[in-house]
Design a protein around this ligand. Structure first.
Ligand code: CP
Ligand code: NVA
Length: 306
């Protein structure tokens, strides 16, 4: 059975640690993996916009010797009603892996069931598991490790939060999430992350108090207040979230060596201030770069090229 990566929870604690090691190795010596995916074709389907994920996957495949095939759903028969399952059955006859960015997590599950090649979640409404790999690698590089570090997420309990909760828990991180009431991450994910953390020495804490959550944090992380697909709610959300913005006040109560992360794209002046994203604590550009290295490692792992 081929392996898929639809959720961070598709990786065991050990596999996640191994993938981060492999990512660091691939980053340090890209030339050692320049032909690892020779002869492999990877379809990249985007049903939502993307800058980082699309380009980093395309470069990851090409720079390991493979052939990336970027596809927008509007150019495929998918956009004219062909089912995701039939698309998966057909693409499996041509390519060695399928990467999909979409809306409902169910679409990824349907695709993975029908496809006979690995399927990778390039972001859904529910999770952003590729992002979480880059986030952990970035923290590990800067802090020298993951277990026992405190990561505070401020803002909307969304796809990025879900993947961070699961990945942080698997890595033994203390994950704090501060959201406005009504915007918490979904309870099943919180429960699963808590269960995982019990076995790794990490922890999970939810709060509505952004200052309290930021106190002594090793890492402060935020994401947009309205995700792709929630554009109609953006104005309403902008009234609820300002207290959760990653600004100088939060940085001031965190550890003096706090690292600031944002998955990007950022809405400067909303969830993060210019001063913080461009300031000395920010590692967002390294974080964006790490998408490339972690996705290379993920592809090598899923395609058995390690
Ligand atoms: N962080 C991230 O996934 O960015 P894109 O939407 O640009 O791919
Ligand atoms: N939560 C954001 C992440 C973008 C990378 C969204 O889904 O739009």
């Amino acid at each position: 059975m081929e392996r898929d990566y639809l959720s961070v929870d598709d990786l065991s604690v050990e596999e996640l640690a191994m993938l981060l090691d492999l990512s660091a190795e691939v980053k340090a010596k890209p030339e050692d993996h320049a032909t690892a995916l020779a002869g492999r074709q990877v379809a990249l389907i985007f049903e939502k916009p993307s800058t980082r994920t699309r380009v980093s996957f395309e470069v990851a495949v090409a720079s390991t010797g493979g052939h990336p095939i970027p596809l927008s759903s509007s150019e495929l028969q998918l956009g004219r009603g062909e089912t995701i399952e039939d698309t998966g059955r057909v693409l499996s006859r041509y390519v060695d892996a399928i990467v999909l960015r979409t809306f409902e997590q169910e679409r990824l599950e349907l695709l993975a069931r029908a496809a006979t090649v690995p399927v990778i979640n390039a972001l859904s409404d529910f999770e952003h598991p590729c992002q979480a790999l880059a986030d952990l690698l970035t923290i590990r590089e800067i802090k020298g490790g993951l277990a026992g570090r405190t990561l505070t997420y401020l803002g909307d309990g969304n796809n990025v939060t879900h993947s961070l909760l699961l990945a942080g828990a698997k890595a033994g991180v203390h994950v704090r999430v501060a959201t406005p009431p009504g915007f918490e991450p979904i309870p099943q994910v919180v429960q699963r992350a808590t269960e995982i953390a019990e076995g790794t020495g990490g922890s999970v804490r939810l709060t509505h108090d952004p200052i309290e959550a930021s106190r002594d944090a090793d890492v402060l992380y935020t994401d947009v207040w309205a995700s792709m697909g929630q554009e109609a709610e953006a104005e309403e959300r902008a009234l609820v979230f300002p207290a959760y913005a990653l600004d100088a006040e939060k940085v001031a109560v965190a550890r003096p060596d706090v690292t600031v992360l944002h998955c990007l794209p950022a809405h400067r002046g909303q969830e993060i201030t210019d001063e913080v994203i461009d300031g000395p604590h920010s590692a967002v550009w390294d974080q964006a770069e790490n998408r490339l290295h972690t996705q290379k490692a993920l592809l090598l792992f899923l395609l058995g090229a390690v």
